[in-house]
Design a protein around this ligand. Structure first.
Ligand code: SF4
Ligand code: F3S
Length: 107
């Protein structure tokens, strides 16, 4: 089992999550982060750190977010690792809470 980054990370990318991950299993795209599910040790430390509440345990993943299971796995394999917090995207607060942002995901 693993933790999964979901829709509300898109266009926000606060990156608070990466600071607490003991195994550095976050990977960074232009406007979203992905967790490598094979590297995640299920410690749950990242979940409460996300200001956008975008991280879920796989077994608590809302049904409408299931598309992010494969997306986390696939994107984490092609994106570079990120282990240090950086500035969020400039208009993060405007996008935080906007529903169904998948169409805005940049690869
Ligand atoms: Fe990293 Fe733990 Fe979050 Fe998995 S649950 S991504 S190991 S902080
Ligand atoms: Fe995204 Fe939340 Fe991390 S917005 S970058 S999952 S802190």
């Amino acid at each position: 089992m693993a933790f999964i980054v979901t829709d509300n990370c898109i266009r926000c990318k606060y990156t608070d999550c990466v600071e607490v991950c003991p195994v550095d299993c976050f990977y960074e795209g232009p406007n979203f982060l992905a967790i490598n599910p094979d590297e995640c040790i299920d410690c749950s430390l990242c979940e409460p750190e996300c200001p956008a509440n975008a991280i879920f345990s796989e077994d608590e993943l809302p049904e409408e977010q299931e598309v992010f299971l494969d997306l986390n796995r696939d994107l984490s394999m092609i994106w570079p690792n990120i282990s240090e917090k950086k500035d969020s995207l400039p208009d993060a607060s405007e996008w935080d809470g906007v529903e169904e942002k998948l169409e805005h995901l940049e690869r």
